[in-house]
Write a protein that binds this ligand. Structure first.
Ligand SMILES: [Zn+2]
Length: 521
C-alpha cells in the first residue's frame, strides 16, 4: 500500500457510529479499513487523537472560473472539501458559442469575476469539464439553463418554443451525455428568467431521461407567470417526475419553516425524490446586475450598458428598480459592495446606502452608476442586521432543517465568509448543539454524494476513491467574518484527494490531484 493513516477515530460517512481504525490507500483507492502494520506502507500518517472522515462535498458553488484561474482552490481545501459541484443557479458557461464567450462572462462578472485572461476557450460541456481536470479538488457540474438557452436563442426575452426549443433540448441532451449531473435554473437571472413553466417542463423531460437532478433557484414572485414560484417547481416535478434539489431553500425568518415543505408534501408522499439546501449564514451574496429589471438585461453586454446609460429609459429604470428592491432586501436592509472591476476600489466594503448618501443620489441611482463604472463587474453581500432575537430564531430554524435528512448544506464562493467558513461553521454549530458526529459528517459527505450521483465519493469504504480528511474535531471552527472573509478555519488539518495529499498540517502542498467528475463517477 502507498499510504497508511494510523490510529484515527474513523467516521466513515455512512452514518455508522465512529470506531478506531486504520485506513490504507493504494494509488487513488481506499484498499483497506482495519488494522495494518506500519511496515506494510510506503508512508504512514499518525492520526492518533484525530478524526478521519471522507473529504467533504460542496454541492453548490459558482467556482468554475475561479478554479481555472487558481487551481489550488485554497478556500475549499482549507475546509476539508474534496469535491465541488459548479454550474448552479442557472449560471454557467458551457456549452457556449465562441461569439458568446465574452458577453457571457462580462454579464456574470459580478459573481464570477472576470478571469478571461486566464482562460482557454471551450465550446462543448465535455471540453469545459476536461479543462477542470487537474485542480486541487474534484469538480462536477450541472449544465446551466442560461447556457442551454443562449445556444438556442442568445440573450432574447421570450420563452423557448418550436425550433429554438428543439435546439435547446438537443444541446441539453448532449451536455447530459457529456457528464452533467443535472440542470440548474436561475429564474430571477437572465436569460433563464425569460422562460416560462412550459419551457421548464420540456427541458426537464430531457433531464429526467438521464436521471439527472433539477436544481432551481426560484423566480421572483412578480406576476411574470400565473403560478407562484414554488408552485411552478411543483408543476415541473409533477409533470416530469424529475429528481429535485431546491437550491438555497430556506427561511428568511418571517414564515413558519413547516410551510416550506407543504407545497411538496403530496409529491413526496407519491415517492418523488426531493431535496433542499441552505447554507449556515443569514444573508447571501450576488451580482448587482440582478437588481436591474428583466427588460434592462436583454440582449447581452453592450445592450445592457446602453440601456443603463440611456437618459430616455432612466425614469422607467429607476421606478422598476425601486419596485424590484423588495425581492432582494427586507425592510431596512442594505448590502455591502464586495467585488468591483478595480480590485483596489474604495467602494469595496461600503454599503450601497452609504455610497448613495455620499454621492447625494438614491439607492437605485447608485446601483446604476456602480454597474456602468465597473462594466457590470460588481457584486454585493447582504448585511446581517437582524435583531439578536430574530438571529436566534433563524439559527434555531437552521438547526431544525439540519436534522431533516432531506436538507444538505453547501458552502459556496465569493467574497463572503461562506467561501472559507461554511463547513467548519456547520460542524461547530451542530457539534455544540449535541448533534452526533456521525450524522454531521454524513450530511457533508455521503448524502450529497447520493443526491448528485457521485458513486465513488462520500464514504470511507474499500474500493471508494481516497478522498480523506483528517481533523481535530473539537477544535473545528470557522474564523472568516463579514469584515475578514478570507480566513483559514481551525481544526481541519490534512486532506487527500484521489490518494494524494493536497493539504498537510494545514498547509497546501501544491499537489493538483482533483479530477473532473462525470455523473456516476
Ligand atoms: Zn442561487
Amino acid at each position: 500500500m502507498d499510504v497508511l493513516i494510523k490510529n484515527g477515530f474513523l467516521v466513515d460517512g455512512s452514518g455508522n457510529k465512529p470506531f478506531m481504525a486504520d485506513v490504507a490507500i493504494e494509488r487513488d483507492i481506499i484498499c483497506g479499513v482495519g488494522h495494518f502494520e506500519s511496515s506494510e506502507a510506503r508512508s504512514v500518517i499518525d492520526a492518533t487523537g484525530k478524526m478521519v472522515t471522507p473529504g467533504f462535498i460542496d454541492g453548490h458553488t459558482h467556482a468554475e472560473l475561479y478554479t481555472l484561474k487558481n487551481r489550488q482552490c485554497p478556500n475549499e481545501i482549507y475546509q476539508g472539501i474534496s469535491t465541488i459541484v459548479t454550474g448552479q443557479c442557472g449560471l454557467g458557461f458551457a456549452p457556449i458559442k465562441d461569439d458568446q464567450f465574452d458577453d457571457s462572462i462580462k454579464v456574470n462578472s459580478g459573481i464570477f469575476g472576470d478571469y478571461r485572461h486566464y482562460l482557454n476557450h471551450w465550446n462543448s460541456f465535455k471540453e469545459f469539464l476536461n479543462q477542470l481536470d487537474g485542480s486541487a479538488v474534484n469538480v462536477a457540474a450541472n449544465v446551466s439553463h442560461n447556457s442551454v438557452r443562449q445556444m438556442a436563442l442568445g440573450f432574447e426575452n421570450k420563452p423557448l418554443r418550436g425550433a429554438a426549443l428543439e435546439t435547446a433540448k438537443l444541446v441539453l441532451n448532449q451536455a447530459m451525455e457529456d457528464g452533467a449531473l443535472g440542470m440548474s435554473v436561475g429564474l430571477s437571472y437572465y436569460p433563464g428568467g425569460y422562460s416560462d413553466t412550459q419551457e421548464l417542463i420540456e427541458l426537464c423531460k430531457v433531464v429526467k431521461k438521464h436521471d439527472g437532478l433539477f436544481c432551481p433557484h426560484l423566480r421572483n414572485d412578480d406576476g411574470q407567470i400565473p403560478l407562484n414560484p414554488v408552485e411552478e417547481i411543483v408543476q415541473v416535478v409533477k409533470q416530469t417526475g424529475v429528481r429535485l434539489n431546491m437550491l438555497h431553500y430556506r427561511t428568511r425568518g418571517f414564515e413558519n419553516i413547516s410551510t416550506l415543505f407543504q407545497p411538496f408534501e403530496e409529491l413526496e408522499e407519491q415517492g418523488a425524490d426531493i431535496h433542499y439546501e441552505y447554507y449556515p449564514y443569514l444573508v447571501g451574496a450576488g451580482l448587482v446586475l440582478a437588481l436591474v429589471p428583466s427588460w434592462a438585461q436583454e440582449g447581452g453586454f453592450s445592450k445592457i450598458m446602453e440601456c443603463l446609460q440611456s437618459p430616455d429609459l432612466r425614469p422607467r429604470l429607476i421606478k422598476d428598480m425601486d419596485e424590484r428592491h423588495k425581492y432582494f432586501f427586507a425592510e431596512g436592509q442594505t448590502a455591502i459592495i464586495n467585488l468591483t472591476k478595480d480590485i483596489y476600489s474604495k467602494e469595496i466594503g461600503k454599503s450601497i446606502s452609504d455610497i448613495a448618501t455620499e454621492h447625494g443620489e438614491g439607492f437605485s441611482e447608485s446601483v446604476i452608476r456602480l454597474l456602468v463604472d465597473n462594466e457590470l463587474q460588481v457584486g454585493f453581500t447582504g448585511v446581517e442586521n437582524q435583531s439578536e432575537e430574530l438571529k436566534k430564531k433563524l439559527y434555531e430554524d437552521q438547526y431544525k432543517l439540519f436534522i431533516d435528512k432531506r436538507y444538505t448544506i453547501p458552502a459556496g464562493l465569493m467574497c463572503h465568509p461562506r467561501a472559507f467558513g461554511s463547513f467548519p461553521r456547520i460542524i461547530s454549530q451542530m457539534r455544540d448543539r449535541g448533534v452526533p458526529v456521525e450524522y454531521i459528517i454524513q450530511k457533508l459527505t455521503s448524502i450529497p454524494a447520493a443526491i448528485y450521483k457521485l458513486k465513488d465519493r462520500g464514504l470511507i469504504e474499500v474500493g471508494k476513491k481516497a478522498d480523506i480528511c483528517i481533523l481535530d474535531y473539537d477544535r473545528v471552527k470557522d474564523t472568516a467574518t463579514f469584515s475578514d472573509t478570507r480566513k483559514q478555519p481551525d481544526g481541519i488539518e490534512t486532506l487527500f484527494v484521489n490518494g494524494l495529499p493536497v493539504m498537510t498540517g494545514r498547509s497546501l502542498t501544491g499537489i493538483l490531484s482533483g479530477k473532473a467528475l462525470r455523473k456516476g463517477e
